[in-house]
Design a protein around this ligand. Structure first.
Ligand code: ZN
Length: 94
């Protein structure tokens, strides 16, 4: 019986997810990287792939950024189609 503890990849993953869960619980307030307000986690969209399970930006900022992105695409689409370029899908360009 070895004295040292050698973790299997499964055990590491289990510990990691417990640590993540603890981190999520401990950091109830989160700083938005756009408006720099410290907000409760309910003010952020869920992002399960991120280390803390929350989006980087608060819901307000996420919406504002999405709207800005939409406007930018609309404008680009207008320019492209006005010149008769015939670009029908802006998603492929931006
Ligand atoms: Zn924000």
């Amino acid at each position: 019986m070895p004295r040292y503890c050698k973790l299997t990849p499964e055990e590491i993953e289990k510990r990691l997810s417990r640590k993540r869960a603890e981190y999520r619980a401990a950091n109830y307030q989160k700083l938005c990287k756009s408006c720099w307000r410290k907000l409760p986690r309910e003010s952020f969209y869920r992002a399960p792939s991120r280390y803390d399970g929350c989006s980087t930006y608060c819901i307000d900022c996420d919406r504002a950024r999405a709207a800005a992105r939409w406007r930018r695409r609309q404008e680009l689409h207008r320019i492209l189609t006005a010149n008769g370029a015939g670009v029908s899908n802006v998603e492929n360009v931006v």
